[in-house]
Design a protein around this ligand. Structure first.
Ligand SMILES: [Zn+2]
Length: 77
């Protein structure tokens, strides 16, 4: 599937909750809540690739997969 942030071909992973989880070769592994995806779609928003990747980088490597919820998504467009 396509990365929600940069549209690169990514691997869909099994979600552990009400979100999508994927591994993008460029952005890394992350989760995005279905609420955030609905919000993006409804408002025809697109992630700012640089800002979103910067946020992900700061939250990856802690052992937990970063989750982009609807509030965070609003800050990454
Ligand atoms: Zn990506």
């Amino acid at each position: 599937m396509e990365c929600f942030i940069c549209q690169a071909k990514s691997t869909k992973l099994d979600p552990t909750g009400d979100h999508q989880r994927l591994a993008c070769p460029e952005c890394g592994e992350y989760k995005i809540s279905n609420t955030a995806l609905d919000l993006m779609k409804k408002n025809k928003l697109r992630f700012n690739v640089d800002i979103a990747r910067d946020w992900l980088r700061r939250h990856q490597g802690s052992g937990e997969i970063p989750l982009i919820n609807d509030i965070i998504a609003g800050n990454l467009v």
